[in-house]
Design a protein around this ligand. Structure first.
Ligand code: PEP
Length: 232
């Protein structure tokens, strides 16, 4: 069974030429399903079978300076869109805003990749983590058919600042428990794990029965390592 691997390039690279070079170096015949999420400004100039966006707005058009709508993303052939990433929540996205983004993506038949795990800490036990997730998911998925959503469990404390070999990922067993919780309680279509995934730990996440894939950040910029991961 193919797993879903969604590459979050974040604010990288700094030129279109380098972005195209990176995309061209990622295998299109990988064992798993791969989605590349380059910065919005490059979306129309990147060739890859599955392209995703890193964020969107909740309205399709209107007086919203600087925003990008799911309708516009759809027009470019974008199939997935990350919403609720901790780096967006940190800069002001509320649970209600994230809910609006999830709904707006679904209305355009774009699969939302809903990130949860902002506010968790490394000291919390599983029960405390599920309390944080409940608070987010109850609002983020309100009025939504969750079977159409990919939920990405991203414990914020484990997210790398760019180098996933210098930070510690969560345990695969813990991530598996959170995936079971999210599927059982919210009936999410898929649950994937993100935060400090690298060549050494990816297989551990991909081999969990309830983890449907991964969301690599920093390592998705290292073509050699990423190509290895997508073929695990
Ligand atoms: C992320 O922030 O979505 C992420 C997974 O980052 P990293 O892999 O670099 O921890």
């Amino acid at each position: 069974m193919k797993k879903l691997i969604i590459a979050n390039w974040k604010l990288n690279p700094t030129t279109l030429k380098d972005a195209q070079k990176l995309a061209a170096s990622i295998s299109v015949k990988a064992k798993n399903k791969v989605v590349l999420c380059p910065p919005t400004i490059y979306l129309s100039n990147i060739q890859y079978p599955n392209i995703g966006a890193q964020d969107c707005f909740w309205a399709d058009k209107g007086p919203h300076t600087g925003q990008t709508s799911p309708a516009q993303l759809k027009d470019l052939g974008v199939k997935y869109c990350i919403v609720g990433h901790s780096e967006k929540r940190e800069t002001g996205d509320t649970d209600e805003m994230v809910n609006g983004k999830v709904k707006a993506c679904l209305a355009q038949k774009i699969t939302p990749v809903l990130c949860v795990g902002f506010g968790t800490t490394v000291e919390q036990d599983d029960l405390e983590v599920t309390d944080v997730l409940k608070k987010q998911l109850n609002v983020n998925l309100a009025g939504v058919d969750a079977s159409q959503v990919v939920v990405a469990y991203e414990p914020v404390w484990a997210i790398s600042k760019g180098n996933p070999y210098l930070t510690r990922a969560a345990d695969a067993e813990h991530a598996e428990k959170m995936a079971i919780f999210i599927k059982t309680r919210y009936k999410a279509g898929k649950v994937i794990y993100g935060a400090s995934v690298n060549v050494n730990n990816a297989k551990g996440f991909l081999s969990q029965p309830n983890i449907d894939g991964i969301l690599p950040g920093g390592v998705s910029l290292i073509a050699k390592d990423f190509n290895q991961i997508i073929n695990m």
